[in-house]
Design a protein around this ligand. Structure first.
Ligand SMILES: NC(=O)c1ccc[n+]([C@@H]2O[C@H](COP(=O)([O-])OP(=O)(O)OC[C@H]3O[C@@H](n4cnc5c(N)ncnc54)[C@H](O)[C@@H]3O)[C@@H](O)[C@H]2O)c1
Length: 270
């Protein structure tokens, strides 16, 4: 069902890899709600080619950008503004990559060069995106920027590894840049802290099946799906949330404030 919440709005969506990606689901919902889009991902991801199916469905151009490369980001914003014929109203940062996680390095044995890259791709990239937009004055008054995060920024999930630190940094950049952009142009910057979700990045976490089942049992509403996350992002891009900024917003079926549930107790008594 569409409410036309994003009618006339123009947005950039980073991170749609395949149809399971949270960014992919969000692009479809934004399109349904009347937004015009530009899709972006790392050149290596574009070579997989799947994004072209999404581009066709949402009638959007695809512009490659490695989020750790300022020239790529500048080109992306320039071409997007040219395509839209004006400034950008919303941005979804749906990007994550843990090099130590990927290469099976335990947290206490991390390789610091890989870790630098992890923090750059997964966290400082939000600063890079905002900085690029800031320098070019590319965001409209009251624009909305959303980045995706996970509760491992606040609580320990041992196998989430270095990504926990990356998410803590991402949430801090959200607050710090959110302050400056709010003062300058009423731009909102928030993170959405999503339930575990079966995607390429999600499934990279060791023991993911146990992890996602535990979260399901620990959430009064159950785990939030990628499509439900997309719905929530739509509300944050809309004019209905104009005064929400610098927040970490839990979208997790109640997991973050639950101590224990009947379902978990039942399981433990078995
Ligand atoms: N899946 C989950 O369980 C879960 C839970 C909470 C938060 N998140 C977050 O949601 C976001 C999206 O992840 P997802 O689960 O949809 O997985 P995904 O693998 O579909 O998306 C991750 C994206 O990051 C992109 N990316 C990686 N390096 C990049 C670079 N250098 N430049 C540009 N793009 C790059 C990838 O190409 C990919 O499209 C991530 O920030 C992730 O940490 C995921």
């Amino acid at each position: 069902m569409s409410y036309n919440l994003l009618k006339g709005k123009k947005g950039i969506i980073f991170g749609a890899l395949d149809e399971k990606s949270i960014a992919w689901r969000t692009a479809l919902r934004c399109h349904e709600e009347g937004a015009q889009l530009v899709l972006s991902n790392a050149p290596v991801a574009l070579r997989m080619g799947e994004i072209n199916n999404l581009a066709e469905a949402v009638k959007a151009p695809v512009i490659g950008a490695d989020v750790t490369n300022m020239d790529d980001l500048k080109k992306l914003f320039e071409e997007s503004m040219k395509h839209f014929g004006g400034p950008i109203d919303f941005v979804l940062h749906s990007i994550g990559m843990g090099l130590n996680v990927r290469k099976g390095k335990h947290y206490v044995e991390m390789d610091y060069e890989w870790n630098k890259k992890t923090l750059d791709i997964s966290a400082m990239s939000l600063h890079r995106v905002l900085r690029t937009a800031w320098d070019m004055d590319a965001l409209s008054e009251g624009a909305s920027v959303v980045a995706l995060t996970y509760i491992a920024a606040q609580r320990v999930f041992p196998d989430y590894n270095e990504m926990a630190d990356a998410k803590a940094l991402l949430e801090s950049v959200t607050r710090s840049f959110g302050y400056h952009y709010g003062v300058r142009k009423k731009v909102r910057v928030n993170t959405v802290s999503q339930s575990p979700t079966r995607t390429t990045a999600g499934s990279g976490v060791k023991g993911f099946d146990g992890f996602i089942n535990f979260a399901e049992k620990m959430s009064p509403l159950g785990n939030a799906s990628a499509d439900e996350c997309a719905d929530y992002c739509v509300t944050l891009f809309s004019d209905l949330t104009k005064m929400v900024t610098m927040q970490n917003l839990f979208h997790d079926g109640g997991y973050s404030t639950t101590g224990v549930t009947g379902a978990v107790i039942e399981q433990m008594e078995k």
